[in-house]
Design a protein. Structure first.
Length: 266
């Protein structure tokens, strides 16, 4: 989603695009399997969408609104096909992110590559096949920075907000690697045993009192901390048989009662 469009993937591999203002929509095709990740380029002028599917295909397309915003059209900019094709797509979590307005990074399995996209108005569409099992120099604007070696796969990646292009990659075994585009070096951070044990633990919710008819079920954790935030008022005030004292009723009721029944002395 960006300032003008809302996009979501369908099960068959299409991308549904909805215009926020005109409610016009379009269906982008190209993927042959379910889409795992989509990102818009960080540009306020262009609406460039990158989508990565479990079929190993990455598409970069410009979304264009027609005259009056009544129709939504697409213009292909880049298509990258990963080679060798993934064998087991059920365990893959492909990820894509933008390093800048014209440079993106993709991850599939344990392989990571960086691609340059021509985002000019008259850019011609390109179709490339990238062998992610080999490391080498950039070719046709694509650079494989981590080859596929059968290690734990990438589960997520994030780009630094400072604009230096640093990339943090999280793996299925808990390892986090930070890649710097300027030096090409990678810093590796292993998960601490403390955090691994904490990640394996779980919290069980149990009822602490029976539920009344029509009442809400109250759940608490084992340490005794309530899941419901404390209220700023007492939801169950005490019901007193004697009315409270107020500035207009400063004398208790029993005092007025004794005064009225006691005979006067002369």
């Amino acid at each position: 989603m960006n300032a003008r469009y809302i996009c979501y993937g369908l099960r068959a591999g299409q991308v549904r695009v909805l215009h926020k203002d005109t409610a016009s929509r379009a269906l982008l095709r190209g993927h042959t399997a379910q889409i795992a990740d989509m990102k818009f380029a960080p540009s306020a002028k262009d609406d460039i969408l990158a989508s990565f599917g479990v079929d190993g295909c990455l598409f970069v397309k410009r979304v264009v609104a027609g005259d009056g915003g009544e129709a939504v059209d697409e213009k292909a900019l880049l298509q990258i096909t990963v080679s060798p094709p993934p064998a087991d797509v059920s365990s893959l979590v492909p990820r894509v992110a933008w390093l800048s307005k014209s440079e993106l990074v993709g991850a599939i399995g344990d392989a990571i590559f960086v691609a340059t996209v021509d985002v000019s108005k008259n850019a011609a569409a390109r179709a490339l096949t990238v062998d992610v099992s080999l490391l080498g120099e950039p070719c046709d604007g694509v650079h494989v920075i981590a080859a596929a070696t059968g290690k734990p796969s990438v589960t997520d990646l994030s780009v630094s907000l400072s604009g230096d292009g640093r990339l943090a990659v999280g793996y299925a075994d808990g390892t986090v690697r930070v890649w710097s585009p300027r030096s090409g070096e990678t810093d590796e951070y292993k998960p601490s045993p403390f955090f691994v044990d904490q990640a394996r633990s779980s919290i069980t919710l149990v009822p602490i009192r029976p539920r009344r008819r029509g009442g809400r079920r109250s759940l608490r954790t084992f340490p005794g901390a309530s899941l419901r935030p404390p209220l700023a008022f007492n939801p169950r005030p005490r019901c007193l048989s004697t009315p409270l004292l107020t500035p207009f009723n400063s004398t208790p009721t029993f005092r007025r009662f004794l005064r009225a029944t006691t005979p006067s002395r002369r």
